[in-house]
Design a protein around this ligand. Structure first.
Ligand code: ZN
Length: 176
């Protein structure tokens, strides 16, 4: 296991599209090691999600985990697609391991249906709601070269971390 360096805002790798993973490659030792390293890096950085471009690898892989109440289980998605968006929207605070010290409110669909492969190449299809749905959309944006700032429609909520803790912490923030 190894911690991977996290690319920060301004690194061009965060603005490039990720490529699909070859399904034979998923099962290989190198890819399994990489996925374990992504999970370790995410947990070490106290995030709840990490996409491969954030560790400078332009492949369609995301990892997520949020074990607090209202969270979601460890999830690895390879070549994910959202095949359905629910009709309702939800507004949530978001942060990002590639955007140090900032939080902002983003409005997104509150439910998504995801089709992907798991870390062993098995097919997955499931519905996610709430924080899980938001995290999936945030991580999948990274696969298309987007960060949460691109999704903000009102920058008046953009908040530095100390001020977030002081004024807004009681509202849940997704640090993804
Ligand atoms: Zn992010």
């Amino acid at each position: 296991m190894a911690l991977l360096p996290i690319a920060k805002l301004g690194n061009p790798v965060l603005r490039q599209p990720a490529q699909p993973v070859d399904l034979v490659e998923i099962k290989g030792q190198a890819m399994q090691q990489f996925i374990d390293d992504m999970l370790e890096t995410m947990v070490d950085a106290e995030g709840i999600g990490l996409a491969a471009p954030q560790v400078s690898r332009l492949q369609q892989i995301v990892v997520m985990e949020c074990l607090v109440e209202g969270g979601f289980p460890r999830t690895v998605l390879v070549n994910p697609e959202i095949v359905y968006y629910g009709p309702r929207q939800v507004e949530m605070w978001e942060g990002c391991l590639s955007v140090d010290g900032l939080r902002g409110k983003v409005t997104r669909p509150s439910m998504v249906r995801v089709r992907a492969f798991d870390r062993h190449g098995g097919p997955l299809e499931f519905d996610a709601t709430g924080l899980y749905a938001v995290c999936i959309q945030h991580e999948m944006d990274h696969l298309n070269g987007k960060v949460f700032l691109d999704r903000m429609t009102d920058f008046s909520t953009l908040t530095q971390l100390d001020e977030f803790d002081r004024y807004w912490r009681q509202e849940h923030a997704a640090v993804i």
